[in-house]
Design a protein around this ligand. Structure first.
Ligand SMILES: NC(=O)C[C@H](N)C(=O)O
Length: 324
């Protein structure tokens, strides 16, 4: 019988709505009422790690969760399911993907509707996440996100809708599997992320979005000795307004890693434009192009690389390599 550890961290999946429809964490986790439908095949062990709405989750909390999961292998656990608020679920899932050598299947899930709303998706997502974590070939795929019957890689999945239950999507690539009526089907295998077994997390790794008419002010404001890195969500294929260039150069001169992704929802950033502020110039300056990740994921990757104490060269390779 497979032994699955279910770790609750909060979010809408652990909330109930009041008469006016408002939601907040309560004393009682409604998931505690979950009855294991697979009792003949799966033994569940459940723990409340914390009970936070996911905008309250920090890298320090992610590290705490990682450390709890790291102990699970020595406890005879076969797979781990994490329930989490959806707002920052993709960041926690990717953090775990980058920091846990997973001999175990690790599946993160959440809900868009609270426990007592009509059409509540929490228990269904919990159940399909448990099904996925106990599937025979779930263990070597990196951290997975299971929502709305789809299985996504933690590396690329993102929340795309504020309220719809079909919110989690993997732009450019699509999901890597499905939880179908007759069980879990994987139809895609990804190269595993390079794992950095960090013990602490760095602070002051920032994320800034570019926009038409952007000035240098935000980039200048973070050119501080305490800054450990910045990710810029650049325009299109990876370009910046020319007036931001001196501030970017200043950050680089201070040996602050500057990582670039595109603010576009699909595709990857590349150095293809050779005009002032274009990707060719940015790359020549020493900006690191990170392929395929959105801004919040690239920030997690940069944060993990910095926390692992990588040299400038190692960090540039780690961040720039799509499957590391
Ligand atoms: N659906 C959700 O879980 C959203 C909630 N605000 C959270 O992330 O905690």
């Amino acid at each position: 019988m497979k032994k699955i550890l279910v770790l609750h961290t909060g979010g809408t999946i652990a909330m109930s709505a009041d008469e006016s429809g408002n939601m907040a964490p309560g004393a009682q986790n409604p998931l505690d009422n979950y009855v294991n439908r697979f009792s003949d095949e799966v033994e569940l062990q459940t723990e409340d790690v914390f009970n936070l709405p996911s905008p309250h989750i920090t890298p320090a909390r992610m590290l705490e969760l990682k450390q709890r999961i790291a102990k699970a292998a020595s406890e005879g656990i076969d797979g781990v399911v994490v329930t989490h608020g959806t707002d920052t679920l993709e960041e926690t899932a990717y953090f775990l993907d980058l920091t846990l050598p997973n001999e175990l299947a690790i599946v993160v899930t959440g809900a868009m509707r609270s426990a007592n709303e009509i059409g509540s998706d929490g228990l269904h997502n919990l159940e399909t996440a448990i099904q996925t974590a106990s599937a025979p070939d779930a263990a070597d795929k990196g951290v997975l996100v299971v929502m709305n019957d789809e299985i996504h890689s933690a590396r690329y999945v993102t929340k795309t809708h504020t309220t719809n239950v079909a919110t989690f999507r993997t732009p450019t690539f699509g999901p890597i599997g499905l939880v179908a009526k007759h069980g879990v089907v994987f139809f895609e295998s990804l190269l595993r992320s390079t794992v950095c077994p960090i013990q602490t997390v760095a602070d002051n790794v920032f994320l800034i979005k570019a926009y038409a008419g952007m000035g240098p002010e935000l980039l200048e404001a973070i050119a501080q000795p305490t800054t450990n890195g910045v990710v810029i969500e650049a325009l299109g294929a990876g370009n910046m307004p020319p007036v931001t260039l001196p501030a970017i150069q200043k950050l680089l001169d201070m040996n602050i890693p500057v990582v670039l992704v595109s603010r576009c929802f699909n595709g990857i950033a590349q150095d293809v434009y050779d005009y002032e502020g274009g990707g060719v110039q940015l790359k020549q300056m020493g900006v690191i192009f990170c392929q395929g990740l959105n801004g919040q994921k690239a920030r997690i990757k940069l944060l993990v690389g910095v926390s692992a104490g990588m040299s400038a060269g190692e960090l540039a390779r780690f961040v720039a390599t799509a499957n590391s």
